[in-house]
Design a protein around this ligand. Structure first.
Ligand code: PMP
Length: 309
């Protein structure tokens, strides 16, 4: 039987025992850095694969550097802890894996990061689709602008900056759309509330630069490499204006949770045919196979969790 467990204060404990105090600094100020990683169950092989685990932990440690957080673990240590937790939980299904480094000090009135202790915790939960809609989704340009690197660095996953994404996602879904597309302060396209964005026009793929204040996405990196290797398509990173999205042949979003999600409509205008386009469709097929360890050419992206038969 799978067990709900967490890695908490240096050891694996029942999930219900992994609790923090109401005075924890991170709860009051969003002073935490986290990751979202997927564990993908391959039913045919009866194996669980963690997708691009190293790259996620590298980004986590980059966030720690920005937030002056010291934890006594290297990328190798964090990968080892993750594998150990997944072996102990013994889930045989798709999972979401959530590591978090947080300012754990139980003292609220101190705004000096360098004086505050940090701790690392890890949980994993069964996880299916993030975006519920089947096929191409309906998006809306958010009235909330993407936070700027001059305010809070958006390229890493700092908990506090997710208020920006959450305001945008909430606005879009309350208005009946599936997802928000955010512009930055200059009016350039930045990203979705939890996904990077690509457009296809005249057979070429384009995506905003990281300097447009989006997260440095690992799925984005995977898509870039798959497009080049499997389809001979280079990706142009450049500034993109909102109106270009309306006129694109295809738009799609990428993220660990959202995989590759086609955008069929933006601000009530159909994009291309209004359905999943051919480039998105091919990339998606490759991607969904690769993350489950189904493509031998990409097994170095997939860490297998050794499990008892
Ligand atoms: N942008 C934001 C704001 C996100 O939260 C995510 C999800 N982590 C992404 C983009 C996609 O990043 P990744 O492909 O690394 O999951």
């Amino acid at each position: 039987m799978p067990e709900a467990l967490a890695f908490f204060r240096g050891k694996i404990v029942p999930l219900e025992d992994a609790r923090v105090s109401i005075t924890t600094h991170a709860l009051h100020y969003g002073t935490a850095v986290f990751e979202g990683i997927r564990g993908n169950w391959n039913e045919e092989q009866r194996k669980l694969y963690v997708f691009r685990m190293r790259e996620h932990y590298e980004r986590l440690l980059q966030g720690c550097k920005m937030m002056l957080m010291d934890i006594p673990y290297s990328v190798d240590d964090l990968c080892g802890i993750t594998i150990e937790l997944l072996q102990s939980c013994a889930y045989r299904q798709d999972l979401y894996i959530r590591p978090i480094v947080y300012k754990s000090e139980e003292l609220v009135a101190n705004l000096k990061l360098h004086e505050l202790e940090s701790d690392f915790s890890l949980v994993t939960v069964p996880f299916g689709n993030y975006i519920e809609a089947d096929g191409a989704i309906r998006c809306r340009t958010s009235s909330w602008r993407r936070i700027d690197d001059t305010a809070i660095p958006p390229r890493v996953k700092i908990s506090g900056h997710y208020v920006n994404s959450i305001l945008a996602k909430t606005e879009a879904t309350l208005a009946g759309y599936d997802e928000a597309i955010m512009l930055n302060q200059d009016g350039n396209v930045s990203e979705g509330s939890g996904e990077n964005l690509f457009l296809v026009a005249d057979g070429a793929i384009h995506t905003p630069l990281v300097s447009e204040n989006n997260l440095k996405g690992i799925t984005k990196d995977s898509v870039t490499k798959i497009a080049a290797r499997e389809m001979g398509l280079g990706i142009v990173e450049r500034s993109i204006r909102r109106s270009e999205l309306y006129l694109a042949d295809e738009v799609f979003l990428t993220g660990t949770a959202a995989h590759i999600t086609p955008v069929g409509e933006l601000d009530n205008r159909p994009i291309g045919s209004g359905d999943q386009g051919p480039v998105t469709s091919r990339l998606r097929d490759y991607y969904l196979d690769i993350i489950k360890g189904g493509n031998p050419d990409y097994l170095d992206w997939c860490a297998e969790v050794p499990m008892e038969a």
